[in-house]
Each structure stands twice: as C-alpha cells, then as structure tokens.
Unconditional design. Structure first.
Length: 338
C-alpha cells in the first residue's frame, strides 16, 4: 500500500516538472541587448541644436567645413545655402575672404548630388567679381576637370560655372596660362569637335554628333547649350581690347611707375615650370586669333557646318557660333575669308 502511494507521488512530480518545461522562456542569446529601459534625456557630446550665442565668424567657418566634409548631401547643400546668404548680405559677411571660400568649395563642382552643385553655382554668383580675377587659373583647373567627368550631369553643370566665370572675369579667363587653348580643348572635346578626331575621320566623313548626349532624351538641348557656351567663350577671346587713352606721361609711367596688377610679368614665365603651347598665355586678341586659326579653325568650322544641317535648336546654336566666328575673326589673321 505504501509503495503504491509513493509511485503516485513520483508520477505527480514528474508531471509537474514536464508542465513547467513547456511554459519555460527561451534562454537569451549571448549578444542580447536589453532595450526595455526608459530615458528622460539624451546627451550628445560636442554638438548643439541651437545657433544662439555662437560667434558669427566661427559659425561661418563651421558651415564652410560642413559644406565640404559632411557625409549627407542635405547637410552640404544647407551649409552652402548658409554661406550664400552670408555672402549676399549687406554688408557681406566673409571672414575667410574669397580666396578661402574658393579653396574649400571648388572641389564640390564634381559633387555627385545635383542640388549641391546648383547651390554651389548660386554661391559663386555672390562672390565679388573683382576678387575672382586673381583666382581664375585655379578655377579653370576645376572647370576642365568637371568637363572631363564621366557623369554627363556634372559636365553640363560645369558649363554653368564656365558661363559665370566668363561673365565676371572674361578677360582673365582667356588670357591666363592655359586659359585659351586648354579650355577650348575641353569645351570642344565634349562636342566631339577635336582636331585629332577631325583628321582621323577626314577620309570617312566628319562625325559632329556630341558623344555626351547619345541615348539621352534631352540630347539636342544639351548639345545646343554646349555650342552656345563655346560661342560665348570665343566671343570673349576675340573681343577687341579697349583702346588706351592717350597720355603724354605714358612713356615715363611705363618705365618708372610700379605695376598695379598682381604678378605683372607672369607672361614671361621667369620662375615657373616650362610650358607647352597649350599652357601658354595668350594675353591679346591677335595672339589668340593666330593660334585659333592654326589649330582649331578647321575642326570647329567643320563641326559647326555639320551641326547647321541638323536644324532645330542645334542648328540655331550653330548659326550663333558662326556669327561669333565671323565677328571675331573678320577676314582672319592670315587674310583668309571666314
């Protein structure tokens, strides 16, 4: 009798143990993190959500740094917008100077976000034109890099920067070292109007279609704009210099008066590295006409004639380019009719 009661109790204990195992929670993983806690505040080190009480100079420098180094494209765009507002204020607030701003933001010309590049062009337009001239050679280096970029959108946006530079410092653009031939090479190459291409295809017929617009819906509009920028560049280079008013003291001033322009003897290249023909300075209209007539006239004229046959917006842009050539070259530096 006692043994049967003992067996019943053991069975009852085994049943209770099995019942407990069924409702037991699963063991936590080794990398488990408990997120059931609640916090009343979050402290972020070395950051602030308010701009009150910040020194305007430090705030300008902080946004200038964000415009270049921020990972998010919205941060870069907003930082450029802040800088644009500061530069367009009356009076402008620019504690680092035009040189400091350009040194930082010029690499953004090849930024992968379209809104950042658009805001960058707005910032460029707020810079004082008189302070842009001394930095034209450095700006052109980034423009030529943008025109050679693999992205067609970056190439097209770079054309806008070149147009702005021609508006504010056109004479310096076409006369600085490499400003004439190197820039002409970059703009013409995106159109496919290159002397080497023309000579290679002379036996098979000229190929004038822009390679950057193939397969795009806005191909004609993009190509027409490229031709327009080329025409504007040539108009600037072939523009007659303003006549120097007569002064009886000009002879002695030329000998004894100190130059007022920065690096007035740069055209001599006394202390620089030896330049090739493309990197030379062409400081006057006649020298630019001569080298254009020798190296580029045939290629651009042939491509322009092909573009005219396209008609439409491309044909109208090519006609404007033709007028710019006839106005700039006249009878040509070698006495040839254009």
């Amino acid at each position: 009798m006692g043994s049967s009661n003992r067996k019943k109790k053991e069975k009852r204990k085994d049943f209770q143990k099995a019942k407990l195992k069924v409702g037991k929670a699963k063991a936590a993983a080794a990398n488990f993190t408990d997120t059931s806690f609640k916090s009343k505040s979050i402290n972020v080190n070395q950051q602030t959500l308010s701009s009150e009480g910040i020194d305007p100079v430090e705030q300008f420098k902080q946004n200038l740094s964000l415009a270049v180094n921020a990972k998010a494209d919205t941060q870069r765009r907003d930082a450029l917008a802040y800088l644009t507002n500061q530069l367009s204020a009356n009076p402008p607030n620019n504690p680092v100077g035009t040189s400091g701003v350009l040194t930082k933001v010029l690499p953004l010309m090849s930024d992968g976000t379209a809104t950042v590049r658009t805001q960058l062009l707005k910032l460029f337009r707020t810079l004082p034109p008189a302070e842009v001239g001394p930095h034209v050679e450095k700006i052109l280096m980034y423009i030529r890099g943008g025109l050679a970029h693999l992205s067609k959108d970056i190439r097209n946006d770079t054309l806008g920067v070149l147009e702005w530079l021609l508006d504010v410092a056109g004479d310096e653009t076409v006369s600085c070292p490499g400003g004439w031939l190197k820039t002409l090479n970059s703009v013409s190459s995106i159109l496919g109007w290159n002397p080497s291409v023309g000579s290679a295809n002379s036996s098979q017929g000229w190929t004038f279609t822009s390679t950057v617009t193939l397969g795009t819906k806005k191909g004609p509009e993009v190509q027409a704009r490229q031709i327009q920028v080329l025409a504007k560049f040539l108009q600037t280079g072939f523009r007659p210099e303003a006549p120097v008013p007569y002064s009886p003291r000009a002879y002695w001033d030329n000998i004894y008066r100190l130059p007022e322009t920065p690096n007035p003897f740069a055209y001599l290249n006394l202390f620089g590295t030896p330049r090739d023909e493309d990197s030379e300075m062409y400081p006057d209209r006649i020298s630019r006409q001569r080298v254009f007539d020798t190296k580029w006239r045939t290629a651009i004229s042939t491509g322009m004639d092909g573009a005219k046959k396209e008609g439409g917006i491309i044909g109208r842009s090519a006609a404007a380019l033709d007028r710019a050539l006839k106005s700039g070259l006249g009878c040509g530096v070698l006495g040839q009719e254009v």
